[in-house]
Design a protein around this ligand. Structure first.
Ligand SMILES: *Cc1c(COP(=O)(O)O)cnc(C)c1O
Length: 385
């Protein structure tokens, strides 16, 4: 429903219609594990047992699919459960090509969970197409990328990697969490699977964990749908309801995240305590041209390296007041974190340094508060260094 409407209208209406029994405008939380059958095997729509199908979840899946421009959406209990469903498409002996500064939990799942079942991986700096090509083997079945990456906000050329994957007979999965469906639609650029941690911008209020996969191919949808039910990492109806509420404001929130982030990136670039600012919307970003080509805005994440390493970063992070020092991202409230000590601590220091995650690096998840207040907060904390 409403698939032919523009983005903002689809945020609010796609996948939802008034409840047939009461006319409730909000899709109810169908908190029922089982459904009554008229006769053995005769069920209403496809509802028999709630792991397999649930009306609140179905509305959310249709809503998110519409926003991503996909034929199918499949909800999971977390972003990492979505990833696991993709890896379950593979068999022992298959190989995955991963981008190098991939989300820590994605790396951990491949390295610590699926490696023991014989699925191997190679990491590549995918801003370098030759290095990416060299990472393929005869057994490569899946390429998994994030763009912008975390925390270095590198931009990977989705269309170029999609062509490469296709030529080698591998699927391309794009973790679109940082960009959101508002700013970037990888399926239109040739990707086979789009995944989001709904915990971040799609949820947007730091109060729910969830994941979604979006695909166009019917056969791929059937295989993933089988895994959703057979492995069973499905979200609760209440969490689906919260996410349906969230997507109604996704477009408005993301627009403000982008405005505030761009202002903060420009402000940071002028400060004497700052060595380097990374923001895909700035012309000094090494892949700014690719970002401008494949994104319609540059997102709410900003990364900066402070002069003075860990002591400077620590002083700054202890001093901010409007920004909260916490992991995660994508909520309405501004968060700040230290990747080397917090989100990326599980990566060995030599590898971390080689990737560019230095001790002076801080990552801002810029919220939707008043931009003046955010800038004043950063200015005061920088003065403490
Ligand atoms: C948070 C995150 C994930 C994992 O999602 P969960 O919902 O925490 O399981 C995956 N990818 C990216 C880019 C993330 O930021």
């Amino acid at each position: 429903m409403h698939h032919n409407k523009r983005f903002a209208t689809r945020c609010i209406h796609a996948g939802q219609s008034p409840d047939p029994t009461t006319g409730a405008i909000m899709t109810p939380v169908y908190q029922s594990s089982t459904y009554v059958q008229e006769s053995p095997g005769v069920i209403k729509e496809d509802y028999d047992y709630a792991r397999s199908s649930n009306p609140t979840r179905k509305a959310l899946e249709a809503n998110l699919a519409s926003l991503e421009g996909a034929r199918h959406g499949l909800m999971f209990a977390s972003g990492l459960a979505s990833l696991a469903a993709c890896i379950h498409l593979l068999s022992s002996g298959d190989h995955v090509v991963l981008c190098d500064d991939v989300y820590g939990g994605t790396f951990r799942q491949l390295d610590k969970v699926f490696k023991q079942f014989g699925v191997t991986y190679t990491r590549a700096d995918m801003t370098d197409l030759a290095a990416t090509e060299a990472a393929f083997t005869a057994k490569t079945k899946l390429v998994w990328i994030e763009t912008p990456t975390n925390p270095l906000l590198k931009i990977i050329d989705i269309a170029a990697i999609a062509q490469m994957a296709k030529a080698r007979g591998a699927l391309l999965g794009v973790d679109n969490t940082f960009a959101t469906p508002v700013l970037q639609n990888p399926l239109a650029l040739g990707a086979d699977i789009v995944s989001h941690s709904c915990t971040k911008y799609i949820g947007g209020h730091s109060d729910v964990i969830g994941g979604v996969l979006m695909v166009n191919d019917d056969d791929l949808e059937a295989r993933l749908r089988f895994t959703q039910n057979a492995v069973g990492a499905v979200p609760a109806p209440w969490d689906c309801f919260l996410l349906l509420r969230s997507t109604k404001t996704l477009h408005v929130r993301v627009e403000r995240h982008c405005q505030n982030a761009a202002r903060i990136a420009d402000f940071l670039a002028e400060q004497p305590q700052v060595e380097r600012v990374i923001y895909p919307g700035r012309e000094d970003h090494p892949q700014h041209a690719i970002a401008a080509k494949q994104m319609s805005g540059f997102g709410g994440m900003v990364t900066a390296t402070l002069k003075g390493g860990l002591p400077a970063a620590r002083a700054f992070l202890e001093r901010v007041q409007v920004f909260s020092l916490a992991e995660s991202l994508g909520g309405v409230e501004s968060l700040i974190e230290h990747p080397a000590i917090m989100t990326h601590a599980s990566i060995d220091k030599p590898l971390r340094e080689a990737l560019g995650i230095s001790d002076g690096l801080v990552r801002f998840s810029v919220g939707i508060e008043d931009g003046e207040d955010l800038i004043a907060d950063i200015a005061e904390a920088l003065a403490a260094i």
